[in-house]
Design a protein around this ligand. Sequence first.
Ligand SMILES: [Zn+2]
Length: 443
Amino acid sequence: MKTKTENDMNPHINDIERVLKENGIDAKREEIEEKFIFAITTQKELSTKEIKQSIVGHYGLEGKFFDEFSKIKDINTEENGIDLSAKILFITERMVNTKNGEKKIKSGILGDETGTISFTSWRDMEFKKGDDISIKNATSKLWNDNAQLNINEWTDISLSDRKIENIPSRSNDKITKIGEIPDSMKNANIVGRIVDVRKKEIGTDDKKTITEGEIADSTGMLRFTVWKDMDIKKGEIYKLTNAYIKRWRGIPQLNIGDYGNIEKTSAEDIPDMKTLTSYHKTDIRSLQEGSGTQRVMITGTVMEVKDSSGYIKRCPECSRVLKDGVCSIHGSVKGIPDLRLKIIVDDGTGSTLCIINRENTEKLLEKSFADIEKEVKENSGTSEVFRDIKNRLTFETINIGGTYSSDDNGDMIVAKEAEWSQKDITEEMMTELEDAEDLVRRD
Ligand SMILES: [Zn+2]
């Protein structure tokens, strides 16, 4: 196995080898590699191009042998003095805080015939999307294993006559199945049916509309967030490209940011809406032995009602549940009241945490949110209300339908449906009893 540096070095060694061969010089590859490694470690101020130039110089070749411009696909280490001819595919600006105060930076994506690279410009540049530009003396940095181009005050940029076409697609085309999505991933591509979609307003001062929902394929379902207002149709199949996956309260979520894309597509292997949205009746042990996020239905007994159940307050920024008026991320905030249940349910094969939303909590308690709010006021606090809820639920049997997930912190079902289940259990017990009686009779 070659190390990353050795692999990154290969295109340059190939380049040197080619120039030497073309000029009738036979050099050992190991020797070229040795010279190259020596040069990049001892002459850090030189650009890769200058290093290559100096190595062929060692073999008696004078003159310019290497392309004036680097190709984007070859920029994969930290380098100085990069010259590039590229097209601006995307450009945006933002303010950042530096030790010298606020500074406007521009960032985006550049492309040439060999690939694409993201860039950050620390100086203002008056170029727009679609411009073909020539860049002299940029540097590259590695960021999460990907090279990024930095344009600083020593970099020259100008419009170029060289029109760049046929830029390869930025995303790799591999489609990941929802059930096989890791905890975190960049550049994920997913094809699935939109099971639900909602618009949501976020932010307090600077309001912004985002689009979120659930997307599903034959292997599972996933929450997605598009960080802008977008028209996405429920029930239709979409391809999401360049998305990134992040865990949010233990559940993987798909995010479409500035670089991501979402478009309508067709795919034969995506089940219909009815199949995707029906709950799969199972037991907790099977869930814990399986993997991925699934729509499931379980029947179990409430073993514990957690303290943070009942009338709660949420952070207006991130909707985390506040603890004594404090959000773990945003500090002391004015909370928004809500109603929810956080319970441990055991079905005889295992137990799991279940989170039940306001709507289903109202249904189970046969009380409206307004009723609960009134009770809290009358009792001047939540403790009475919590005790009532605890008494009403503990050791009762309920059916819960929702999304199951598990991570290092344990597992849980986020319920979409919840109902009392006395009847089901009785029926089930009757069947079991009848089966047992049958067995006795046969003996
Ligand atoms: Zn918060």
